[in-house]
Design a protein around this ligand. Structure first.
Ligand code: SAM
Length: 284
């Protein structure tokens, strides 16, 4: 049996691991007549991987805009670096800031590998940079405070991309290629608005975010957002005030609340619409 991942094999901010169950259920139950799924904002490829797990018969296109595949290919080197760091930091107190002379030794290991080729700084960050922060280059790492929060087991991504068609292009080009074909469903998980998603490629302004709404017109889709983005409210308001049409009208909405502590949390939202579903509602 092929291995099914419930989360991306390497750290990736914004991966949709919390949607494992609901997403797969909806794909299975509502999109049985779709035979092509296009993951326009592939990120870590997790939605593509979920889709292939439940629909191995369908073509699943993973838009690897961030070149996550490169990080996956670098796993042997990443594991090697982490093994060397564990040696350097053997006996050093866990979860503590790494001070001299250990800091220089850690950087020496990484600099040596950097001279030899690609180093996956995002993944290394999880082991030596303060939690939930990521650096993307040696220069950034040199400027940062390092912490001893090592990972103990090796990373492994065997079979993760199996069965997927991997492409890398701007989502608009990919959308244009597939929008007029029958039996297509788009997976639409754009970057969050004005986030400090420094590990993503590019920076997203309101206009970019609104442009994505073009991909919802007359298509089968899954769309991911969060309550913070207010995009659903904006579309409802524009439709009510100016009859602009609301691309989310008729979509099924599922909320997923995460509580960080008793006072704070956030709500992630998944919407999906199958055009037949809409037509049936219109006819009723
Ligand atoms: C929220 S993340 C997607 C996460 C993904 N669904 C997952 O589970 O890992 C949004 C992704 O869109 C990518 N992106 C940014 N601009 C893009 C563009 N013009 N075309 C395609 N992808 C883009 C970002 O780099 C980021 O990887």
């Amino acid at each position: 049996m092929p291995k099914t991942y419930t989360q991306a094999p390497l750290p990736f901010m914004g991966q949709k691991r919390r949607w494992n169950t609901e997403f797969k259920t909806a794909i299975r139950q509502r999109f049985g007549d779709c035979h092509t799924f296009v993951d326009l904002f592939g990120g870590s490829g997790l939605l593509s991987h979920f889709t292939h797990a439940v629909r191995p018969d369908a073509q699943v296109i993973f838009n690897d805009y961030d070149d996550y595949s490169k990080r996956l290919r670098a796993i042997p080197v990443t594991n090697q670096i982490l093994a060397e760091l564990r040696q350097v930091l053997d006996g050093y107190p866990k979860l503590k800031r790494i001070d001299e002379p250990y800091r220089s030794r850690v950087l020496e290991v990484i600099e040596r590998h950097d001279r030899q080729g690609f180093v996956d700084y995002i993944t290394l960050s999880a082991s030596i940079v303060f939690s939930a922060r990521y650096v993307t280059s040696l220069d950034e790492l040199r400027k940062d405070t390092l912490y001893n929060t090592p990972r103990h087991s090796d990373y492994d991504a065997a079979g993760y991309l199996d069965g997927l068609t991997v492409v890398r292009k701007d989502y608009r080009r990919l959308f244009a290629e597939y929008k007029d074909r029958p039996g297509v469903c788009f997976l639409i998980d754009p970057p969050y608005l004005s986030t400090q998603a420094t590990t993503y490629t590019g920076y997203w302004k309101l206009r970019d975010y609104l442009d994505v709404l073009h991909t919802l017109h007359d298509t089968n889709y899954f769309y991911f957002t969060s309550e913070k983005s207010s995009i659903l409210e904006l579309c409802e308001w524009l439709d009510a005030e100016y009859q602009t049409g609301n691309p989310f009208k008729g979509a099924t909405r599922i909320d997923n609340a995460t509580h960080l502590n008793y006072a704070a949390g956030f709500v992630d939202i998944m919407l999906y619409k199958h055009q037949d579903q809409q037509e049936r509602r219109d006819a009723a």
